[in-house]
Ligand binder design. Structure first.
Ligand SMILES: C[S@@+](CC[C@H](N)C(=O)[O-])C[C@H]1O[C@@H](n2cnc3c(N)ncnc32)[C@H](O)[C@@H]1O
Length: 385
């Protein structure tokens, strides 16, 4: 069957690599998504193992429609008893591009009506809508007059690993952090340092990857479990196999933050996910930071400056550049920030540049190779600007 994995802009390449490693066929990167072919087993595996996926859709119906009535008719004519019955709840999620349809909420409403009316006509009753925790999630994608209706196999977005407690004000999205580690080429043999770790997302994603712990290891519910063809013994087999592969390697994953509250949040998350042996955390200001090892990789996400005056944030990024240059020789440093002006003031020449999105926030992800004379280095590879 043909499947589609949604992700963030800029992560299509690393997501394609992940899919190929899982054995997916016909892997084709698209805009903020990757399509592939696979069977039910691969669909389950993908939901458990993909670190850079937001959700996995299984298209069931595609057609052209020029208005809401045509959309209603086509959806009414499809046999929804293949996926739903009156004992199950459902919800519609819709996205609209182009100018044939204007309102995504109206598209969702028409879809809901068509499905409910079909059941009512056939059985005299209808499945209920539950927007919070539906059994069956239906996704409608509209691009001009092309409509694709899919079942969402994941349900709640896959970025919700379960270690976030919501206390940190500006955390990175988990999927983005996992993608950054992959783009940076980090592997468990490389010592990793995040000197402004906040709630520890980069460190937690690295430690999970190092242990070969699937990102959805602690998640109990996926939407595919409510499908009529759900195969629990297949799912249990996939989980068992994944569990047998979890390791406890020796790794050097270190985080620091100026805020004790942030360190507490990161510690709590690492304890909850049993990653506290892998991740070392301490309170400290980056300006006074000594390297925790001789060489390795830094990945950091400094404040964007919402709470600082413009001049102060520029000065702060300048200081980051100076500290990196003078104290972290031998490291590869990767910085993500949505403050482009501040990024330019780091004062070091990036050797690689990426544009990524932290949710809706466009961000720059730049690499700096730190060795004597870093300032004079010419850009080597500029990708995906
Ligand atoms: C954007 S947040 C990082 C969020 C983190 N990546 C996460 O996923 O939770 C920036 C962090 O930098 C920390 N910070 C600010 N100034 C600092 C400094 N001078 N030294 C170390 N940490 C600092 C803040 O306390 C904050 O937790």
């Amino acid at each position: 069957m043909k499947l589609l994995v949604k992700t963030f802009h800029g992560l299509e390449g690393v997501l394609s690599d992940e899919l190929k490693e899982l054995g997916a066929r016909n892997v084709v990167p698209q805009k903020r998504a990757v399509s592939f072919e696979g069977d039910k087993e691969l669909l389950y595996r993908a939901n458990l193992h993909l670190r850079t996926a937001l959700r996995i859709l299984a298209p069931v119906l595609s057609f052209r429609a020029r208005n809401e009535n045509e959309l209603y008719e086509k959806i009414f004519d499809y046999d929804w008893s293949r996926h739903l019955d009156n004992s199950k709840t459902f919800a519609i999620d819709s996205v609209v591009f182009g100018n044939v349809f204007k309102h995504s909420k109206y598209v969702a409403l028409k879809t809901k009506d068509a499905i409910a009316d079909q059941f009512r006509k056939r059985t005299g009753a209808r499945p209920s809508v539950n927007v919070e925790e539906p059994d069956v999630n239906i996704n409608v994608h509209v691009s001009g007059d092309r409509i694709t209706v899919s079942l969402d196999s994941s349900g709640e977005s896959l970025h919700r690993r379960g270690y976030r407690d919501g206390r940190h004000k500006a955390p990175l999205n988990e999927v983005l952090a996992a993608g950054m580690l992959k783009i940076a080429g980090w592997s468990p043999e490389i010592p990793l340092f995040d000197p402004m770790c906040g709630s520890g997302t980069i460190l937690l994603e690295a430690a999970m990857a190092a242990r070969k712990m699937p990102p959805a290891w602690y998640r109990e519910k996926f939407s595919f479990m409510s499908w009529p063809d759900y195969d629990d013994s297949l799912w249990q087999k996939i989980r068992r196999e994944a569990g047998e592969k979890i390791e406890s390697p020796r790794v050097n994953i270190v985080g620091a933050d100026i805020s004790m509250q942030a360190i507490d949040i990161a510690k709590q998350a690492s304890l909850e996910f049993r990653l506290n042996r892998e991740i070392k955390l301490s309170k400290g200001a980056f300006e006074k930071q000594e390297p925790p090892f001789k060489a390795g990789m830094i990945i950091m996400n400094p404040p964007y400056g919402e709470r600082l005056k413009k001049d102060n944030i520029i000065e702060f990024y300048r200081t980051i550049g100076n500290v990196l240059k003078h104290r972290f020789t031998g490291f590869d440093a990767w910085i993500i920030s949505s403050n482009f002006q501040a990024m330019k003031n780091i004062g070091l020449k990036p050797s690689e540049k990426y544009t990524l999105y932290n949710g809706p926030l466009e961000s720059k992800f730049w690499k700096f190779k730190l060795y004597e004379g870093t300032m004079k280095i010419k850009p080597q590879r500029i990708t995906n600007r």
